[in-house]
Design a protein around this ligand. Structure first.
Ligand code: UDP
Length: 242
């Protein structure tokens, strides 16, 4: 094993990480960029699992607001969207020579495995990237919650939340020029101030499981690998200095 700080990492990628900026759907260049970043980490000998979102295709609550579709149905549609994304990430990684498995919380057995915790861990031990699809399998929550759940189940050393900025800011840096980056936060600060980092239930589960969260910029080449090596730019969320 190389000079990596973490042995097993879980990366949460939102649907927006798979499409061109400001667009929806799936973009080949965005997929390749993501896969190249993941490959750099796999090459360190680090075990990687990925939870993909589905917001680039369907967001349950949005569908429900604008149509006669029931809210729960909209959420199931969102979960199915994450499976579409997982297949796209799978083929892209494999085109770069990275072995993968997709495991879904919803059963779609013609296209991927069902989620089986012990089997997922075995895949990771064999050096396969495991892509978790279908969120939690339950409506009314998001893939952030799915990410924290899977991170706890496979005992990941860290949950990395991919974004398009290099960490958590005091305000939205795209809107407020005075926004400054925060290098480290405690779980309680995120929960008490209701910072829009991840769903609060996801932060709560990471706190209970003792899994640090790192919010990082996936757009910067090599940043995920640098963060895995204890360098790179991001915001660390954990229990705080002891
Ligand atoms: N979803 C759900 N249960 C889950 C995960 C996701 O119902 O466990 C639905 C929910 O409607 C959500 C959609 O799937 O809006 C897409 O997931 P998410 O919004 O988390 O995607 P992201 O924002 O990460 O692209």
């Amino acid at each position: 094993m190389s000079d990596a700080k973490y042995k097993r990492v879980l990366l949460k990628v939102s649907g927006e990480g798979l499409c061109a900026t400001g667009k929806s759907g799936i973009d080949g260049k965005a997929l390749l960029k993501l896969a190249e970043e993941i490959k750099l980490v796999v090459e360190l000998g680090v075990e990687v699992c990925v939870v993909v979102g589905g917001g680039n295709i369907v967001r349950g609550s949005v569908i429900a607001e604008a149509t006669p579709i029931e809210e729960a149905t909209g959420h199931y549609m969102g979960m199915l969207a994450t499976i579409i994304n997982a297949l796209a990430v799978q083929d892209t990684l494999e085109s770069l020579g990275v072995p993968t498995r997709v495991q879904s919380a919803l059963s779609v057995q013609n296209v991927c495995e069902n989620f089986i915790r012990r089997r997922a861990i075995r895949h990771l031990e064999k050096g396969r990237v495991v892509i978790f699809a279908g969120g939690t399998g339950n409506p009314f929550v998001t893939t952030d919650t799915g990410a924290s759940l899977r991170a706890a189940e496979v005992r990941a050393d860290v949950l990395m939340k991919a974004t398009k900025v290099d960490g958590v800011y005091t305000a939205d840096p795209a809107k407020d020029p005075k926004a400054t980056k925060i290098d480290r936060l405690t779980y309680n600060e995120v929960i008490d101030k209701r910072l829009a980092v991840m769903d609060l239930s996801a932060v709560d589960l990471c706190q209970r499981s003792g899994i640090p969260i790192i919010v990082l910029d996936m757009g910067k080449a090599g940043n995920m690998r640098a963060v895995v090596q204890g360098e790179g730019r991001g915001t660390l969320i954990d229990a705080g200095a002891s």
